[in-house]
Design a protein. Structure first.
Length: 132
């Protein structure tokens, strides 16, 4: 189920790529200020009721899909990464949804631009893995 049209080219595209390439290492960039190498963990439905302390009947209530990645490498750290201090060893995670989506996602081993997707909704052109 898609909650928002923009999820077709964002979280749904990442999920489809992860299902086809479950062990892919992805360069996940948020402009020039934040980037990570991550590996797909899971995807799930979420909502903003806890963020805003609201009920489903509130007009600000929103449901959406999130995609979670384990952070393998921090290229440029920023506020989106969070650390699970309860796991042993401690792990870093990145959770993505349509509301704050990366500017670019590239499979670093295959050189495939996963996001932005092309007009057909498919992963973009290949690029040299060295340029990712």
């Amino acid at each position: 189920m898609i909650f928002h049209d923009e999820e077709r080219s964002t979280t749904a595209a990442l999920t489809a790529y992860a299902m086809a390439h479950p062990h892919a290492r992805l360069l996940i960039e948020f402009g020039e200020q934040e980037s990570y190498i991550g590996a797909f963990d899971t995807t799930y439905e979420s909502d903003n009721s806890g963020e805003l302390d609201i009920e489903m009947e509130d007009p600000r209530y929103d449901e959406f899909h999130q995609v979670s990645y384990g952070v393998l490498e921090i290229i440029q750290d920023g506020p989106r990464r969070f650390r699970d201090v309860w796991s042993t060893p401690q792990k870093d995670w990145l959770t993505i949804d349509y509301r704050d989506f990366p500017t670019r996602v590239v499979d670093v081993d295959r050189g495939v631009v996963v996001y932005p997707v092309d007009a057909s909704g498919q992963a973009g052109e290949s690029e040299s893995p060295a340029s990712a």
